[in-house]
Design a protein around this ligand. Structure first.
Ligand SMILES: Nc1c(/N=C/[C@@H](O)[C@H](O)[C@H](O)COP(=O)(O)O)[nH]c(=O)[nH]c1=O
Ligand SMILES: [Zn+2]
Length: 362
């Protein structure tokens, strides 16, 4: 067993908390003494104990002279819990192996400095790429203060999201749709346009056999056309925020607010995606799952604010020039302006293909 083995275990512990630690990063820690794992832990929720605290608590006396593997630099500032760097020193740890530094420039390196001043051996960069990938949403949010945007589409082989008569249930199969619900669980918020609310009356909740949390539902609706009897208003399954503009009629605003909907009014008479993301970031939304429809997708596409695209393709041919595709609106008239992506992953889910891609140059 070596450093890689134990850091892989720490990364696995962190990965399994995906969707429950926001707005904090996912972190895993493993304490090893004389070739034996004597403690392990993960940060389970924001405000809860950090991974190192759980692992050191489990290790007890066995932490003396041991090595701790942590996927992110131990914190050195008093947040909701005392600094882990101090605890590591207090518990007698001899060596600290860290996968990656904290991305917050205010704290990066302070934890390490504290440890080295206490004559603890520190090594940084073990499985660094994996650790950065694990928390790419967190690092993006710390850096930009806006949510990491994942745009998802589900189409037939000929790129349709519905038939010419608007029928769309379902294009993709069980496994692909279950995968979408896992993504909903992992995101702080899910976003659709009012067109999708009017067309599908979606609930936008997470329905997984193993349970899962419902993301906050964000509806883009600049004239406030969302019906008061829509599921997202009446089902009380999750918070619903409707983003609108000064064009919204006052009486409709009051009616929806009385039904528990949060109304976010942006300046101007149309919704600018950059302003929307800034506003959501200020409300601690670190990850946003854009589930369409085609008008909203077009606005995000042209805003160049997409961080990841997930495309599900079903082996069906729907046809019909009037059948909608995943992006409508004006798009990019010049091919040279098209959003160039890089494919990161292609998997098959039942009969459907899932493609994960990111904008080139990300
Ligand atoms: N038509 C399809 C989708 N359609 C996606 C959206 O248009 C739907 O309104 C939304 O998923 C409905 O949300 P719900 O009510 O919470 O189930 N998405 C998919 O992955 N496959 C499809 O075949
Ligand atoms: Zn900590």
């Amino acid at each position: 067993m070596n450093d890689l083995t134990y850091m892989k275990l720490a990364l696995q512990l962190a990965e399994n908390t995906r969707g429950q630690t926001s707005p904090n990063p996912m972190v895993g820690a493993v304490v090893v003494n004389n070739g034996k794992v004597v403690g392990m832990g993960a940060h389970l929720k924001a405000g809860g104990g950090h991974a190192e605290v759980h692992a050191l608590y489990m290790a007890g006396e066995a932490a003396i002279g041991a090595t701790i593997y942590v996927t992110l630099e131990p914190c050195s500032h008093y947040g909701k819990t005392p600094p882990c760097a101090d605890l590591i020193i207090e518990k007698g740890i001899k060596r600290v192996v860290i996968a990656t530094l904290d991305s917050n420039p205010l704290v990066a390196g302070n934890g390490i400095k504290k440890l080295q001043e206490a004559n603890i051996e520190v090594e940084v960069g073990v499985l660094e790429t994996e650790a950065k990938q694990l928390n790419e949403v967190f690092f993006h949010y710390v850096d930009k203060k806006t949510p990491y945007v994942t745009l998802k589409t589900a189409t037939s082989l000929d790129g349709k999201i519905a038939t010419t008569t608007g029928e769309s249930k379902w294009i993709t199969g069980e496994l692909a749709r279950e995968d979408v619900h896992k993504l909903r669980h992992q995101h702080d918020a899910i976003l659709v346009g009012v067109g999708t609310v009017l067309e599908d009356d979606p609930s936008l909740t997470t329905r997984l056999k193993s349970g899962g949390k419902n993301p906050i539902r964000v509806i883009l609706d600049h004239q406030l056309r969302t019906p008061v009897e829509a599921k997202v208003v009446t089902d009380k399954e999750a918070e619903t925020w409707i983003v609108t503009t000064r064009e919204a009629p006052l009486d409709k605003k009051e009616k929806l607010m009385n039904l528990g909907v949060k109304i976010i009014e942006l300046a101007g008479d149309k919704i600018i995606i950059e302003d929307l993301l800034k506003c959501l970031g200020e409300k601690s939304i670190t990850s946003l799952f854009v589930e369409g429809g085609s008008t909203v997708n077009d606005s995000f596409l042209r805003s160049k604010c997409i961080n990841e695209v997930i495309t599900y393709i079903a082996p069906k041919l729907i046809g019909g020039s009037g059948a909608p595709t995943s992006f409508s609106g004006i798009g990019f008239p010049n091919l040279g302006d098209a959003l160039q992506l890089m494919i990161k992953e292609v998997t098959q889910l039942g009969q459907d293909i899932k493609i994960v891609s990111i904008p080139k140059g990300e």
